[in-house]
Design a protein around this ligand. Structure first.
Ligand SMILES: C[S@@+](CC[C@H](N)C(=O)[O-])C[C@H]1O[C@@H](n2cnc3c(N)ncnc32)[C@H](O)[C@@H]1O
Length: 311
């Protein structure tokens, strides 16, 4: 299969989740990126209209070119996916048949040194997905308290020596404020040393932790799940692809809670909680990439897809 590297992650699984065919349907792609998933869905479903959202202005420009073939069946909006229900209503959509979230950083973002997402390339320490945001990664490193930095490294990067790293950041910035990716890589090397064989390089985890904090990625996801619940019509499907264990856990627990029809303590003779089931799970275990996709696209290795139907 040619050009798999440029296919969006879990592309077959995503298409399977939204089998609308010819019938009229509306879907929100909350993470438009290059428009890869949206293009496949528009080709596979002749009656489908998509509202594509991304907070990154460059991504929207690329997607607009890539999706021009769809004419009025695609509409674009720059914004955060936590506002997807509100953005849909602003387009006159009161309810939708599908919501897709493929969260995380895109290849063009990672591969552009000027965006500062990759520790392997020297560039400004930026990491904002929305270039209009106030908080760059360097600003966060230069201004946050030591305890807050430690929390970010520990919680979002699962870095064992988070305290030592936070201390090293504070010592360094007193002499030279952080400005470039190289500045941070140097501190990682000094404070964390070489990674053990078979584990991810320490800067990968540190950069990931900072990116999650700069872009409030967990807060965005939590609000987006609630917004999807609000805007999906009964029978509509929410599909989420995540790349980080904290995000996947959040989605899993959200669907599990929503799929439960009773939360009474065990042992009660009758149900008294009055809880209603809101979601039907489509995926029990998260779906992961097939070997042929993995062989061609190494970024698919961490992807986990979960989907549920709104009741
Ligand atoms: C992994 S890429 C999506 C790729 C896309 N599915 C495709 O097929 O080309 C993730 C995209 O989501 C965007 N993004 C991440 N968090 C966002 C948020 N909270 N609101 C809006 N867009 C977001 C990023 O800017 C990036 O372009």
């Amino acid at each position: 299969m040619a050009d798999l590297e440029h296919r969006p992650v879990l592309y077959r699984e995503v298409v399977r989740m939204f089998p609308f065919g010819e019938r009229p349907a509306r879907l929100i792609d909350g993470t438009l990126g290059n428009g890869g998933h949206s293009a496949l869905l528009l080709h596979a479903n002749a009656g489908l209209e998509i509202l594509g959202i991304d907070r990154d202005g460059d991504a929207l420009e690329r997607a607009a070119r890539h999706l021009a073939f769809a004419g009025k069946r695609i509409q674009l909006e720059r914004g955060n996916f936590s506002r997807l229900a509100e953005l849909a209503r602003a387009h006159g959509w009161e309810a939708v048949d599908g919501v897709l979230l493929d969260i995380g950083v895109s290849s063009p973002q990672l591969d552009d040194a000027a965006r500062g997402f990759s520790w392997r390339m020297d560039g400004p320490l930026d990491m904002r997905m929305d270039q209009r945001g106030e908080w760059t990664a360097s600003r966060l490193l230069n201004r946050s308290g030591e305890e807050e930095l430690e929390r970010i490294f520990r919680e979002y990067g699962e870095i064992r020596s988070a305290r030592r790293l936070a201390r090293a950041v504070v010592e360094r910035r007193e002499k030279h404020p952080f400005a470039t990716t190289k500045d941070l890589v140097e501190v990682c090397d000094q404070a964390l040393g070489r990674s053990r064989p078979g584990t991810l390089p320490a800067p990968t985890l540190v950069f990931q932790a900072l990116r999650i904090a700069v872009n409030d990625e967990l807060g965005e996801l939590e609000r987006a799940l609630a917004a999807a619940r609000e805007i999906l019509r009964p029978g509509g499907v929410l599909t989420v692809i995540s790349f980080h264990s904290l995000e996947d856990r959040m989605v899993k627990q959200y669907f599990r809670r929503g799929a439960a029809s009773c939360v009474c303590p065990p042992g009660l003779p009758v149900c008294v909680c009055g809880k209603q089931q809101e979601w039907r799970l489509i995926t029990g275990k998260a779906l992961t990439a097939q070997p042929d996709e993995l062989a061609e696209n190494r970024r698919a290795a961490c992807a986990r897809l979960r989907a549920a139907e709104r009741l």
